[in-house]
Design a protein around this ligand. Structure first.
Ligand SMILES: Cc1ncc(COP(=O)(O)O)c(C=O)c1O
Length: 479
């Protein structure tokens, strides 16, 4: 009923749509990184009347071209340095289309998509030196992978009865460095453990969790009747790219019987880079690892992975016995266990396909070169900004992140924060560069993140020019 009446016409329209999407990516450098969504476009999208009647596909696509495509986030562009965004690839786009073409529900049942996901999980277990029979699940990103991991750790600590009884009076507490991503605090909230059960430990001069302070806090908590059960290490902190000392944290976790989780949202991909894989030394000792494919692996949004060697505990954390989901020895309801037994979602997209395509098309060596190249360019940008008059670095360049600010040496700290915030906005509105902001010791930093395979040295020239131009009259109010 909803298939095209004229397949040939549909085919022509589909080819035209694909052509325009390819053109859009191929010419990305010729356009602004980002531009604001005009008010009339906002209204056309968010206040549109209910579509009671049919619209020809070509008209819907024309609206996409006019209203949506020009106002994308901008992260495909090589001068988008904000937050931690991957650039995506044209073939990743095709993989997403093919995944939609077979419209698989990967929550369960016996079909090829679930074997692709198992294969992808096995590949990454191999890459990180986890046991070959490790368990995992492809998620929408690291936030959900982190929640999954925390729930598995909760089962490990309290047994699967916690699913019916709740955490009750048990005073479980976990630990992470102060620079941990807020998704861990969210996971403590959602899991019923409570955000105050997450102890944030100060970091040392290198930005790593201070192990002496950690030890002291664990002992103090035990003495006060709490039950330490979880320790999260970060490889690649979101603010500055700092990494924790994995072997030291693994030793501490072992000594105190803690579950060692690793947030490697982007940093875990350093394992693919000859020069940077040392940050992952000891990763094979982790009880769980959460990281993203949509960041440094350049897979389209949203895809991440939770990996754990504790297959049985992972299963006990999520598996259910609903009659309508009964498994069979053979037939479509085979393939036991199903991915819905290992995560929050029942119905799931075929996220693993674009990971499978990306890994196969480019191979690990080339993907690792993206990581190495991004880190080299980040170092170069750091050096060049530090050499500019009236600019300074607010943190050493670690891995792939540069935190810098304008400082005329005369303005007070509050004024400097306002100037730098306005500078970030001015850069974004110029369409030349998108940088985001963060705070380093209370000082507002312009933050340049490198997780895009398209960035070249020429782009750094343009960043420098844009910084100089945008800071000519730093106190001028924004228009
Ligand atoms: C270190 C770190 N952890 C977790 C996350 C959350 O990942 P996601 O946005 O894929 O949920 C991010 C996102 O930037 C991150 O940088």
């Amino acid at each position: 009923m909803l298939d095209p009446k004229d397949w040939q016409r549909f085919r022509e329209q589909a080819h035209a749509m694909l052509d325009s999407a390819i053109d859009d990516i191929a010419t990305i450098r010729e356009r602004n990184v980002w531009q604001p969504v005009p008010l009339d476009v906002q209204a056309a999208l968010s206040q549109a009347p209910l579509p009671r009647n049919a619209t020809p596909l070509e008209d819907v696509h024309a609206d996409f071209q006019r209203l949506i495509a020009p106002y994308a986030t901008g992260n495909r562009h090589p001068r988008f340095f904000g937050w931690v965004h991957g650039g995506g690839t044209p073939s990743g786009m095709l993989a997403e289309m093919l995944a939609a073409s077979i419209n698989s529900n990967t929550g369960g049942r016996d079909h090829a998509a679930t074997y692709v996901e198992r294969g992808v999980i096995r590949w990454w277990a191999d890459i990180f030196g986890f046991p070959a029979d490790s368990s995992g699940i492809v998620t929408s990103g690291t936030s959900v992978a982190t929640l999954d991991a925390l729930l598995v750790a909760r089962t490990h600590a309290l047994g699967s009865d916690v699913r019916s009884t709740g955490v009750g009076e048990k005073r479980l507490v976990g630990y992470a460095g102060r620079n941990v991503h807020h998704c861990l605090s969210n996971a403590f909230d959602i899991s019923g453990l409570g955000t105050s059960a997450l102890r944030l430990i100060p970091t040392d001069a290198s930005g790593s969790l201070d192990t002496a302070l950690l030890e002291a806090r664990i002992q103090a908590d035990r003495a006060a009747g709490f039950t330490p059960f979880f320790l999260s290490a970060t490889i690649g902190s979101v603010d500055t790219g700092a990494s924790d000392d994995l072997p030291a944290l693994a030793a501490c976790a072992r000594q105190h019987g803690l579950w060692l989780h690793v947030d490697g949202a982007f940093g875990a991909l350093a394992i693919l880079s000859e020069r940077h894989r040392h940050f992952l030394r000891g990763i094979e000792l982790a009880d769980s690892l959460a990281f993203d494919f949509h960041k440094w692996l350049q897979v389209p949004y949203g895809a991440g992975l939770m990996l754990t060697p504790h297959r049985q505990t992972h299963f006990q954390t999520f598996a259910d016995k609903a009659a309508y989901l009964a498994r069979q020895q053979q037939g479509t309801a085979g393939g036991d266990p199903w991915f819905c037994d290992f995560g929050i979602e029942l119905s799931r997209r075929f996220r693993a396909l674009s990971v499978w395509f990306t890994m196969r098309e480019f191979g690990l060596e080339r993907l690792g070169q993206v990581v190495t190249m991004n880190c080299t360019l980040a170092e170069e940008l750091g050096e060049r900004i530090a050499a500019l008059p009236n600019f300074e670095l607010l943190a050493p360049v670690r891995l792939n992140i540069v935190c810098a600010r304008y400082n005329d040496g005369a303005s007070d700290p509050l004024e400097l924060n306002q100037i730098n915030e306005a500078l970030a906005i001015r850069l974004q509105l110029s369409g030349e560069v998108v940088a985001s902001t963060t705070r380093i010791d209370g000082n507002l930093a312009l933050r340049f993140n490198f997780t895009n395979h398209r960035i070249t040295s020429d782009d750094l020239d343009r960043v420098l020019t844009a910084l100089i131009t945008a800071s000519v009259n730093p106190k001028e109010p924004l228009k």
